[in-house]
Design a protein around this ligand. Structure first.
Ligand SMILES: NC(=O)c1ccc[n+]([C@@H]2O[C@H](COP(=O)([O-])OP(=O)(O)OC[C@H]3O[C@@H](n4cnc5c(N)ncnc54)[C@H](OP(=O)(O)O)[C@@H]3O)[C@@H](O)[C@H]2O)c1
Length: 277
């Protein structure tokens, strides 16, 4: 090896080392690719979003409330092995401290799309149904407070912490995942899902207000909801449930196509239509 090559190699290694030291968070991110952050990315719709965006070459910050070593992160870790453009970070959306730590770690990273997907839901459809069928006179108010904390306040905490990252990006999108269980306009005549529904209705109002607040900065706030996604054990038995891969592909298209025109409105990603609040 010539001295020129050795010098060149030394310089390259030094530069790489310096880059890693200066920009550790973004070391395996492409500066030319768009960046997405997903909350609740360890399973269900969030996992599939993180996986599909990583496969599409995006820089992905896949967040989960589960810490290192938790078996619940295994799926994400497996995706990361084939896709170094996916980073796993720990965020419990009820923790401002955890959120701010990640926002600070990625302070130099423009964030094209922030997806607030995490929700206080159960790991199986059966357990979800037990929760949503809880009668009004047996409301567990601690559980109700948690629904509001995760489903309504969580996205607002994330929006606060990451707004500067979003503003600095090309696409400038915040996407909040809601549910028709929180809809007034659909007028579904059921007492089902009081806590969950009320917290999603609060999310809708927060999102609408936020859309007006950040419109002058060119930031789009999209609300999205599906009909029923087979995202967890038990749900696929329901004839209405659609495969998570297909529904997430539709969701990604909705996110790609969203414009300021529909900021603050709810797009149903199963049908592609605008749903009522
Ligand atoms: N599936 C549907 O048909 C459907 C219909 C309407 C709306 N949605 C909405 O779509 C989104 C995703 O639903 P899904 O069916 O994919 O749910 P899921 O499979 O049950 O996943 C929920 C995710 O949220 C995470 N999470 C819960 N509490 C959290 C917290 N405090 N901080 C951070 N992450 C937290 C969970 O993490 P852990 O693993 O740690 O619990 C999990 O990763 C939700 O907003 C839901 O309301 C879904």
């Amino acid at each position: 090896m010539s001295s020129f090559t050795i010098t060149g190699l030394f310089k390259a290694l030094t530069f790489a080392g310096l880059s890693l030291a200066l920009f550790p968070a973004q070391a395996t991110f492409s500066p030319d690719a768009p960046t997405v952050l997903v909350t609740g990315a360890n399973r269900g719709i969030g996992f599939e979003l993180a996986k599909q965006y990583a496969e599409a070459g995006w820089n992905v910050i896949a967040t989960t409330r589960r810490g290192e070593g938790d078996p619940g992160r295994a799926g994400l870790e497996q995706v990361q092995q084939g896709h170094p453009n996916l980073h796993i970070e720990r965020i419990d959306v009820t923790s401002t401290e955890m959120i701010n730590a990640v926002a600070d770690k990625y302070r130099d990273q423009p964030l094209d799309v922030l997806i607030n997907n995490a929700a206080a839901v159960e790991a199986t459809f059966q357990a979800d149904l037990e929760q949503v069928n809880q009668p009004y006179n047996e409301i567990d108010f601690d559980a109700a407070r948690m629904d509001f904390d995760v489903n309504a306040l969580g996205p607002m905490r994330m929006a606060q912490a990451f707004m500067d990252h979003v503003k600095r990006s090309k696409q400038k999108k915040i996407i909040n995942v809601t549910s028709f269980i929180g809809s007034f306009g659909r007028g579904i005549p059921t007492a089902m899902g009081m806590n969950y529904g009320a917290s999603k209705a609060a999310l809708n109002m927060y999102s609408l207000k936020l859309s007006h607040a950040v419109k002058p900065d060119g930031v789009i706030v999209g609300l999205v909801e599906p009909i029923l996604v087979a995202s967890k054990p038990g749900v696929a038995d329901n004839p209405m449930a659609k495969p998570v891969q297909d529904e997430v592909a539709k969701l990604r298209k909705v996110i790609a196509d969203i414009t300021m025109e529909t900021s603050g409105l709810i797009t149903n990603f199963s049908t592609g239509e605008i749903d009522p609040y």
